[in-house]
Each structure stands twice: as structure tokens, then as C-alpha cells.
Write a protein that binds this ligand. Structure first.
Ligand code: AMP
Length: 335
């Protein structure tokens, strides 16, 4: 008898082209997980409305995210790949979970405080209840694991709390979801200017996108923040230099990284050479993904087929959960 695989859910917002942070924090895990788990990967278009209310470019952005997923190696026959708004049941579960989420805890969420600071004229209720919608995305599939970057850790903890509260009040329906990364630690890919993480729409020049062409990658990396270099052997490393090493560890050979570490420690390092090497290794890594993505984007029929197929599979699965939820809540009056 076939044992049931654990369920995985994760999503990426279509707020811009995907970058190295999305790749190493999320997508690389998706590609590995699709072989061992029952995976649901979504393009989180509803979440993007909390910060990007203009929907004129949304379809194009959604297609670009799906094309990136496919180019990175997600197989729509193994994993269910769908668009968040195609699952109406998530909206209903979100409503029920909202009754179990408290204003105080939502206001304390780090991402809410950060977004409220970034867009003081649009502190909408969707922004406040973002973690509740995210919990609904996860729980509608009864997911056990959520591959995400470090920035999402608090949201997963909240999803776990909402699941526990639901189970406690209405009966055991949901597993308690956990954040997941194959590297054991959740990752945070730093931006090139040494200030925070790479992100889709905050600092484009300090973020490397999977759609960047070779020249753009070179230019961005050559501009990464450095200084005059260490003056004493074995000096502590400033954050922005550590960040460059961190990026190098992701795309370069181990021997290349150790050679530059060695030259940092004996003060012979030339940051210009290091950045040139990193740029070439980065291009070797990114350009095949970009080329595949461009081919897929030109195939509208394929993109539509993938979305329709994913929506049907995701809906079938979510409908089962919602039926259980309504039963547990005694909302099934016709029976
Ligand atoms: P977002 O781009 O905010 O929709 O995030 C999509 C996924 O990428 C989430 O799992 C994030 O945790 C992950 N992610 C985004 N930026 C980074 C980053 N700089 N480092 C690591 N993971 C990230």
C-alpha cells in the first residue's frame, strides 16, 4: 500500500521578477521537494494586492513567475503549480481564521510594521491580516512543510498558532505547519549594497534577478560595496564583504572561495578580482535559467495549460479540506 506523502505549500508574490533570494530561499527547495512530497506551489497574486494595488501588469508578472518556476526545474506533473486567486476556497478559510486571529498579535508582526512604514498612506486591512491569508493558503492544503526564507519565519509560527486554535476550538483538522529549508537554517540572501536582503521591488541595483542579462549582472556585482581591504592579517570581516563571500559560496567552486578567504586573511585580496570572478560564476549560474525562461514566456499556450491544470488539481484538494472545516465547525446545515 502506498504511504501518503507529507504535504508542502509555498508561494511567491508576482510583484516583480524573481531574484537570487527567491531562488535560494524558496525555489531551489521546491525543485528538490517535488520528488519526495505532495507539493503545492502557488503564485501569490492576492498577497501582492496588499502592496501593489495596480493590476494592469499583474497577468504579465504572473506569467513571468510561472515561467521562472518551470525554467528552474519545477515539473507541473510532479508538483501542483497554480495561481492563488484560482482557489476560491482559500478566501472562505481566511474568513474563518480571521475570527481566531487577534488585532494585537497582527499589529506586532515584523512584516506588518515594516510595510506600514514603507507605505504609510495605504495601511490597509489586507496588510494587517496578511499572516491570516498566508495561514489559509497553507492550511487549505493541510500542509506540513513550508519552504520559505528567513523573512517568513514569523508568519509560519502564526500559521501554526491559528491551526492550533482552530483544532482546539473545533476539533483536530489541521497539522501544525513548519518552515523548511534543506540547509537546516532558513536562508537570507543579502543585497549587494550591504543593507538588508535582496528583494523584488525595494533596491533593484543591489538585487540580482534571474532575468538579468550578463552585462547587468557584471555591472551590479562590480558596484557591490567594498573598502580598501584588510590592513591586519586575520581581521574581522565587515558585513558587506562577508555578503560577497556568501554569494560566492552559492555559485562558485569551493576552491575559489577558499582561495579568496585565504587572500583576505593574509591581506593580499583584491576586491576587484574577487568581484570579477563572482560575476563570471554568477553569469554561468543564471544565464541558462534566463534563456529557458525566455523560451517558456514565448509559449502562451503552455503557460495557460500549466495554470489550468494546476488550478483543477489544487481546487480538488482544497475542496476536501474545506468540507472537513465546515463539518468541524458545524456549518453543514443541510445534512
Ligand atoms: P516574496 O518575494 O516576498 O514573495 O518571497 C518569496 C519567497 O522567497 C519566500 O519564501 C521568501 O522567504 C523568499 N525570499 C525572498 N527574499 C529572500 C532573500 N533575500 N533571502 C532568502 N529568501 C528570500
Amino acid at each position: 500500500m502506498e504511504t501518503k506523502k507529507a504535504v508542502v505549500l509555498s508561494g511567491v508574490r508576482p510583484t516583480g521578477d524573481l531574484h537570487l533570494g527567491n531562488y535560494f530561499g524558496a525555489i531551489l527547495n521546491y525543485v528538490k521537494m517535488q520528488n519526495d512530497y505532495d507539493c503545492y506551489f502557488m503564485v501569490a497574486d492576492l498577497h501582492s494586492l496588499t502592496t501593489h494595488p495596480d493590476t494592469s501588469g499583474l497577468k504579465n508578472h504572473i506569467q513571468r513567475v510561472i515561467a521562472t518556476f518551470l525554467a528552474a526545474g519545477i515539473d507541473p506533473e510532479k508538483a501542483t503549480l497554480y495561481c492563488q486567486s484560482h482557489l476560491r476556497t482559500t478566501g472562505e478559510l481566511y474568513l474563518y481564521l480571521n475570527m481566531l486571529a487577534y488585532k494585537g498579535e497582527l499589529e506586532k508582526t515584523a512584516t506588518f510594521k515594516e510595510k506600514a512604514r514603507q507605505q504609510p498612506d495605504n495601511v490597509n486591512a489586507g496588510l494587517l491580516t496578511y499572516p491570516v491569508l498566508m495561514a489559509a493558503d497553507i492550511l487549505i492544503h493541510k500542509a506540513h512543510f513550508v519552504p520559505v526564507g528567513k523573512d517568513q519565519e514569523q508568519h509560519i509560527e502564526m500559521a501554526r498558532n491559528f491551526a492550533k486554535r482552530f483544532n482546539h476550538r473545533y476539533g483536530e483538522v489541521f497539522p501544525e505547519p513548519e518552515a523548511f529549508n534543506y540547509s537546516h537554517d532558513l536562508l537570507k540572501i543579502p543585497s549587494l549594497d550591504g543593507s538588508g536582503k535582496m528583494s523584488k521591488s525595494v533596491n533593484e541595483n543591489a538585487t540580482i534577478y534571474l532575468s538579468d542579462n550578463d552585462d547587468t549582472i557584471r555591472k551590479k556585482i562590480m558596484k557591490a560595496k567594498t573598502d580598501a581591504g584588510p590592513q591586519q592579517p586575520n581581521s574581522p570581516m565587515p558585513d558587506y564583504v562577508e555578503n560577497i563571500f556568501h554569494l560566492m559560496e552559492l555559485v562558485s567552486e569551493n576552491s575559489t572561495v577558499s582561495q579568496f578567504r585565504q587572500s583576505y586573511n593574509d591581506c593580499s585580496i583584491r576586491y576587484g578580482d574577487m568581484k570579477k570572478q563572482l560575476a563570471e560564476d554568477m553569469i554561468r549560474f543564471i544565464s541558462p535559467i534566463r534563456k529557458k525562461m525566455e523560451d517558456i514566456l514565448a509559449d502562451e499556450v503552455l503557460l495557460k495549460k500549466v495554470m489550468e491544470h494546476g488550478a483543477a488539481k489544487a481546487n480538488e484538494h482544497a475542496d476536501q479540506t474545506l468540507a472537513e472545516v465546515r463539518k468541524a465547525m458545524r456549518l453543514n446545515y443541510f445534512i
